[in-house]
Write a protein that binds this ligand. Structure first.
Ligand SMILES: Cc1cc2nc3c(=O)[nH]c(=O)nc-3n(C[C@H](O)[C@H](O)[C@H](O)COP(=O)(O)OP(=O)(O)OC[C@H]3O[C@@H](n4cnc5c(N)ncnc54)[C@H](O)[C@@H]3O)c2cc1C
Length: 294
């Protein structure tokens, strides 16, 4: 079993690490306080291939695989969890459209995502009454003479007010999972109305918004995959999404552990620092595990 990184994986990890330390970490605290969305950073990340790590080069991706994606995500998340979330959802949309889009959709939308032209991607599945139970969603997609009309509301959509490309799930058929279809909606489309930012406890530089669809008209070719295939697309996208979010959690844990270790090294109690205590202490264990996690 091969345990070391390939050349490509090491390159992506090192690129993301340098970028995270030099460009992402310095403003992370301020962005979190002010809620400033990291649009400028995402554009720079696009140039480094970080918005399509697991996407073929012909659509602007780095074509570096899922392990490279996880490594890059950990580095960015260690510096700023908010930037990592926007990166994760953009990668997720790019991968989903690559997997299920027509050649025209891939050329048009995946390249916009990977190049940063779309600013970010968004994934609009959840609704007030449909979180874990995604098959219960109520947003309607009705056929019109020349395409589709969406009506309904989404909730907690990451980058929903910033994204130039949004994958939206809606019910085009009957009840249950088989009635769902997925659509590609461009940010700024008439009838798509983003709501107020959720004021979260953390991840505050990542926007989380409701989206209202009020007779939002889409062309016929906005359908992603086959009609009625939406639930399958959502579950497949979430499988990839879990890799992104788990990697993000590892990056955040690494940053938290590093901060705790720094603090215990500088702190003195009863006139002694941690270095004065013997190896049995819990703190020493934490330091050791920090070294191990690197
Ligand atoms: C910061 C943030 C960003 C988000 N970004 C997006 C986004 O970009 N796009 C998007 O579509 N959604 C997004 N979401 C929504 C997120 O995906 C939902 O919160 C999630 O699907 C859970 O839905 P819910 O909150 O309604 O919880 P519920 O579905 O009500 O679940 C509540 C609890 O019950 C548990 N539970 C649910 N069903 C069962 C069951 N059958 N058996 C046992 N336990 C169960 C769950 O595990 C959970 O602990 C975001 C949420 C947050 C907080």
């Amino acid at each position: 079993m091969r345990l070391e990184l390939t050349e490509t994986q090491a390159l992506i990890r090192n690129t993301a690490r340098t970028f995270a330390r030099e460009r992402v970490a310095p403003g992370a605290r301020d962005r979190d306080r002010s809620g400033h969305f990291p649009a400028e950073l995402l554009l720079e990340m696009a140039e480094l291939g970080l918005l399509g790590v697991n996407v073929p080069a012909e659509y602007g991706g780095a074509e570096a695989g899922a392990i490279s994606y996880a490594l890059a995500m950990m580095e960015i998340a260690e510096a700023c969890a908010s930037t990592a979330v926007a990166m994760a959802v953009t990668n997720m949309c790019a991968e989903l459209i690559t997997a299920f889009g027509t050649e025209e959709q891939k050329r048009k939308y995946v390249t916009r995502l990977t190049s940063g032209q779309a600013v970010a991607g968004a994934f609009a599945l959840s609704e007030p009454q449909a979180g874990s139970d995604a098959s219960a969603l109520e947003t309607r997609a009705e056929r019109t003479r020349d395409g589709w009309a969406l009506n309904g509301s989404k909730q907690w959509i990451t980058s929903g007010d910033k994204a130039g490309v949004i994958v939206v799930w809606a019910r085009s058929g009957g009840p249950g999972a088989g009635g769902l279809s997925a659509f590609i909606v461009e940010g700024g489309t008439r009838g798509l109305v983003p709501g107020r930012h959720e004021d979260k406890m953390g991840l505050r530089a990542s926007t989380t918004v409701p989206l209202q669809f009020e007779d939002c008209r889409l062309p016929a070719d906005a359908l992603l995959g086959q009609e009625g295939q939406g639930f399958r697309l959502a579950m497949m996208a979430l499988d990839g999404g879990r890799i992104g979010i788990a990697s993000q959690a590892c990056g955040v844990a690494r940053a938290a552990l590093a901060a705790a270790v720094r603090y215990t090294r500088e702190r003195k109690v009863f006139g002694k620092s941690v270095a004065d205590f013997q190896a049995k202490s819990v703190t020493r264990l934490a330091i050791n595990s920090h070294v191990f996690m690197r």
